[in-house]
Design a protein. Structure first.
Length: 92
């Protein structure tokens, strides 16, 4: 079993543990989760089959744990500074 860390998505785990993103859908099905599900730190995931041992060895040797699913705050572009005349700012 692999334990997820902060800001990881399933693809991060699959790449690190198998060496290839190709196993992503298979791992999602085996773990009964979606490839787009937000992963909670500490979530246990079944270990994927190793596809490219050179990449796996590189990640392990260099102690790399990818975590690319950072939550980005979606900003609302509202207000006078974001209005365009004739689009959402009507002059009468």
């Amino acid at each position: 079993m692999i334990t997820s860390i902060q800001d990881q998505w399933l693809g991060d785990i699959v790449i690190r543990e198998s060496g290839s993103i190709e196993a992503l859908v298979e791992v999602a099905i085996e773990n009964e989760i979606s490839v787009t599900d937000k992963m909670i730190p500490g979530l246990q995931v079944l270990q994927p089959i190793q596809a490219n041992r050179h990449i796996v060895n590189y990640y392990n040797t260099n102690n790399i744990y990818p975590a690319t699913a950072a939550d980005l705050e979606v900003k609302s572009f509202r207000g006078i500074g974001y209005m365009a005349v004739g689009v959402n700012f009507i002059v009468s």
